[in-house]
Design a protein around this ligand. Structure first.
Ligand code: COA
Length: 380
């Protein structure tokens, strides 16, 4: 039982709707048989090994993997949509340097919705593609302006959203390995069935609200450390540690103090998170090129201890932290990168909700006071 401080009323602990179906989807399966993840029937392992994020985004948005001509046209549309409109740049310039980058994307999404509104649902694909294309530009434009006052050019760079983001961030083309590492990470983060932020998008979509409002609801929900924010919290845990011994001592101390370790456990997977092995391999591979590559060993040790002491497995957020770090991405961009990828899944779910809509409006079990007479102010 927990106490609702506003009324001193005790309410039963929430089940968080675990294990309950909240609707149907044809987009993804999560944790069937305790482990797997599929996007429209394709196993995540195969998509991560053989596909690109652009192909996966197309698959999610339009229901089938693109052919060569469809992919070329899709990538061309994304490239030509990557520049920011001037009034959006001006808004980004006014957001303080100290703001959280998730607040920047939330605000940027809202502002784009003001400048280029969705007039009717026939425009939903245009809006989805525009948001996929502009989120990296928004983040990095604000990043550089806040740091140096420089107004960077957000014209398309590179062959993928990942390369565009890295090229703008570092102001030089990324090498192929860094670009592919980020592209694979975006595939892994692109979609995850009825997770909290996607469900928020669907609740908003079910009111027949506009696309930008739905995505803004998703960003706000993803921001919390129990959801998307976990990769940043994992990096903060990992970064100060230098050796396996330090990792062991630090972690056992935290577990002794009953701290929650971010990047471990999952609400649906029971055995393992299928995205972890892929991220872990990329982290190992990239550690060879990083000055603090020992953080891979540190992470590996933390993973072993969590398995041994708590029987908890690493989720997608744990090794993605070092993947991002090893390619030179600032920690505060980790959750925004999740937004850039998950926009594909959110958009697919908004479209699916709209295609067969019913307002989402569950009931609550009332546990408050029994009916009672109202007393006037003087009688209380
Ligand atoms: N570190 C330490 N203990 C953890 C833990 C973690 N990361 N995740 C779960 N546990 C423990 C809980 O303390 C709880 O112990 P108790 O029964 O003794 O109270 C038990 O495992 C069940 O936890 P609960 O939060 O109820 O599990 P859940 O399945 O509802 O929650 C998460 C799933 C993801 C919310 C949870 O594992 C978590 O908070 N993880 C850290 C945040 C994170 O990585 N989020 C990204 C998810 S992809």
């Amino acid at each position: 039982m927990t106490t609702d401080s506003s009324s001193s009323q005790t309410v039963p602990a929430s089940s968080g709707l675990r294990g309950q179906s909240a609707g149907s989807t044809a987009i993804a399966t999560v944790g069937k048989a305790g482990v797997g993840l599929t996007y429209r029937g394709y196993a995540i392992e195969e998509l991560a090994a053989r596909s690109s994020f652009a192909e996966v985004a197309y698959l999610l948005l339009y229901g089938a993997l693109p052919g060569r001509a469809e992919l070329d046209a899709f990538q061309q549309r994304l490239k030509s949509a990557q520049s920011l409109p001037k009034p959006l740049e001006q808004v980004l310039e006014r957001i303080p340097r100290t703001a959280h980058p998730m607040d920047v994307l939330r605000t940027g999404c809202s502002m784009l919705g003001v400048l280029e509104p969705e007039h009717n649902f026939q425009e939903q694909d245009r809006v989805a593609e525009r948001l996929l294309a502009t989120f990296p530009s928004m983040l990095v434009y604000w990043h550089h302006f806040g740091a140096t006052g420089e107004r960077i050019d957000t014209e398309a760079q590179g062959d993928s959203i990942a390369e565009h983001y890295l090229a703008l961030l570092h102001q030089q083309p990324p090498d192929a390995e860094a670009g592919r590492a980020l592209d694979v990470s975006m595939i892994l983060y692109a979609e995850h069935e009825f997770n909290a932020s996607t469900f928020a998008c669907r609740v908003c979509a079910a009111t027949l609200s506009d696309f930008y409002s739905c995505i803004t609801a998703g960003i706000g929900t993803l921001r919390g450390p129990l959801h998307g924010g976990a990769n940043e919290a994992a990096m903060e845990l990992i970064q100060p540690l230098k050796t396996r011994e330090e990792a062991r001592e630090d972690l056992l101390g935290r577990l002794g103090r009953k701290e929650k370790i971010m990047g471990f456990g999952h609400a649906v997977y029971k055995v393992s998170d299928p995205r972890n092995a892929i991220n872990k391999e990329w982290s190992r591979r990239l550690s060879a090129r990083a000055p603090d590559g020992y953080l891979y060993e540190v992470s590996d040790e933390i993973e072993s201890i969590m398995q041994r002491e708590k029987n908890l497995f690493a989720n997608a957020d744990f090794f993605s932290a070092t993947v991002y770090h090893f390619v030179g991405i600032p920690t505060s961009h980790f959750t925004p990168l999740f937004v850039m990828a998950r926009t594909a899944g959110w958009a697919a779910h908004i479209k699916e909700q709209r295609s067969n809509n019913k307002l989402i409006r569950p009931n609550a079990d009332y546990v408050g006071p029994a009916p009672r007479p109202y007393r006037s102010l003087d009688e209380r």
